[in-house]
Design a binder for this molecule. Structure first.
Ligand SMILES: Nc1ncnc2c1ncn2[C@@H]1O[C@H](COP(=O)(O)OP(=O)(O)OP(=O)(O)O)[C@@H](O)[C@H]1O
Ligand SMILES: [Mg+2]
Length: 365
C-alpha cells in the first residue's frame, strides 16, 4: 500500500514537472498579443512587456501594383505627397473595419512589428471591438483574422476601458465609462461583469476635425487640411469657457485667390465649433442615463463617470459634464491607453475574465 502511494506521488510529481516543461515549451512557441485597433491609432501590448506600441492606423497603397507598400507612421507621412502614385487610407472608420483587406495586412504588419518570437507557432490575439458593432462586424472580426497560427479573442471596448481605468467590473456597484475616441464615442454601464446598458455614437475626434475645416472655410474663407485642424484642436480646443482665449494664427489657402494665406482665428470660435460634438455627447449620456433603472441611475450619480479615449483630453469636459448632469466626472491620467491597459489585464490572466470574453463574442448589440 505504502509502496503504491509513493509510486503515485512520484508519478504525480513527474506529471506536474512534465506539465511545467510542456507549458514552458509552449510558451517558447506561442505568444499573446493585444491590439486596440483604433480609427486613428492602434496600440499594441505584449504579454510580458511594460511598453506599448502606438501606430497610426494607416496603409499606403502603390496605385500601379495595387499592393500595400507602407504602414503606420511611414504611410501617414506619404499622405497627400504623390496622390497619382500612392493612395493612403485609414482602413477603420467609426471604430470598425471599413476596408477588410487593408486591415488584414495592417494587422499582419502590427504582429510582425510587435511579435517577440518571430517563429512562434501560435499567436493568441486579443482584439477590441466597440459594443455597438453590428453582428456582421463581429463575425468579420472573429473569422477574418483567424488563421491556423492565430486565435482571435474579442473583447468589447467598454469592458477593456473600464478595466484599464482601474474599475472592478465584477462588483455589484455599477461603473460607467465614456470612451471618446477618433471614430466612436461610447458610454457603458457595467455591473457584475454584465453590460447594464451601452450607447454608441459613430462620431468623435475625426468628426471634430472635419467640423473645424468646414467652419474655417466658411467663416474666414481659408482652406485648411484635416491635420492642421487636428493640431489646432489638440492645442487650443475646449468644450467649456476658459480665461485663456486668444487669436491663433492659421495657415492655409485663400479660398478665392488660391494663394497661401495667414489668418487669425479666435479660440472662442473654435469652442463654438466643438460645441456641436459636445452637445451630441451630452445627448448620448442623457439618453443612456434615462435607460438605466432608477436604482442604477442613482448609484451612477454618486459613483460618477469615467472618461477615456483621446478626445476626452479636450479641455473642460469635467466642468461641462458635471454642470450638466450633476455627476462627478473622473478623468484618467492617460485616457488614450485605457483600452489597451484593460486588454492587457485580460490577456495576462484570461481565465479571470472568461465571462467578459464570452459575452464579448456572443452579444451582438
Ligand atoms: N490632447 C488632445 N485633445 C483633444 N483631442 C485629442 C488629444 N489627443 C488626441 N486627441 C484626439 O483623440 C482621437 C484619438 O483618440 P483614440 O486614440 O482614443 O481613438 P481611436 O482608438 O483611434 O478611435 P476609436 O476608438 O474611435 O476607434 C483623435 O481624434 C485625436 O485628435
Ligand atoms: Mg479607441
Amino acid at each position: 500500500m505504502r509502496c503504491s502511494l509513493d509510486l503515485l506521488k512520484l508519478l504525480c510529481g513527474e506529471f506536474s514537472e512534465m506539465i511545467a516543461v510542456g507549458e514552458f515549451l509552449l510558451g517558447l512557441f506561442s505568444e499573446r498579443i493585444a491590439i486596440d485597433l483604433g480609427t486613428t491609432y492602434s496600440i499594441v501590448a505584449r504579454q510580458h512587456d511594460e511598453e506599448f506600441l502606438k501606430i497610426p492606423s494607416t496603409v499606403a497603397y502603390d496605385l500601379q501594383q495595387g499592393m500595400p507598400i507602407a504602414f503606420g507612421e511611414e504611410a501617414k507621412r506619404m499622405m497627400g505627397k504623390s496622390p497619382d502614385r500612392y493612395s493612403v487610407i485609414c482602413p477603420l472608420k467609426d471604430g470598425v473595419i471599413a476596408d477588410f483587406q487593408a486591415t488584414n495586412s495592417y494587422v499582419a504588419f502590427l504582429l510582425s512589428e510587435s511579435a517577440r518570437q518571430k517563429f512562434a507557432l501560435h499567436y493568441d490575439v486579443y482584439l477590441c471591438l466597440p459594443w455597438g458593432a453590428t453582428p456582421v462586424e463581429l463575425r468579420s472580426y472573429i473569422h477574418g483574422f483567424r488563421s491556423t497560427r492565430r486565435r482571435i479573442r474579442i473583447v468589447r471596448e467598454p469592458f477593456a476601458a473600464a478595466l484599464g481605468a482601474g474599475l472592478d467590473v465584477f462588483q455589484d456597484e455599477p461603473s460607467t465609462i465614456v470612451d471618446m475616441g477618433g471614430g466612436t464615442t461610447e458610454i457603458a454601464t457595467i455591473s457584475r461583469g454584465f453590460m447594464l446598458h451601452a450607447n454608441t455614437l459613430r462620431r468623435a475626434g475625426n468628426f471634430c476635425d472635419q467640423l473645424i475645416t468646414d467652419q474655417v472655410r466658411k467663416q474666414i474663407k481659408l482652406e485648411i487640411g484635416l491635420s492642421t485642424a487636428e493640431k489646432m484642436k489638440l492645442q487650443y480646443g475646449s468644450v467649456w469657457p476658459t480665461d485663456e482665449d486668444l487669436d491663433v494664427e492659421l495657415r492655409g489657402m485663400d479660398r478665392e485667390s488660391g494663394r497661401p494665406a495667414l489668418r487669425l482665428f479666435p479660440t472662442e470660435e473654435l469652442r463654438g465649433i466643438l460645441n456641436a460634438y459636445a452637445h451630441s455627447v451630452e445627448d448620448l449620456i442623457q439618453s443612456h442615463l434615462s435607460r438605466l433603472s432608477l436604482d442604477a441611475r442613482s448609484r451612477v450619480a454618486s459613483n460618477g463617470i469615467w472618461l477615456a479615449g483621446g478626445t476626452s483630453m479636450l479641455k473642460g469636459w469635467a466642468e461641462r459634464l458635471q454642470s450638466r448632469f450633476q455627476i462627478p466626472v473622473r478623468q484618467l491620467p492617460d485616457p488614450q491607453l485605457a483600452v489597451i491597459q484593460g486588454l492587457k489585464k485580460i490577456m495576462q490572466s484570461p481565465h479571470l475574465f472568461d465571462p467578459l470574453l464570452r459575452i464579448s463574442s456572443l452579444v451582438a448589440k
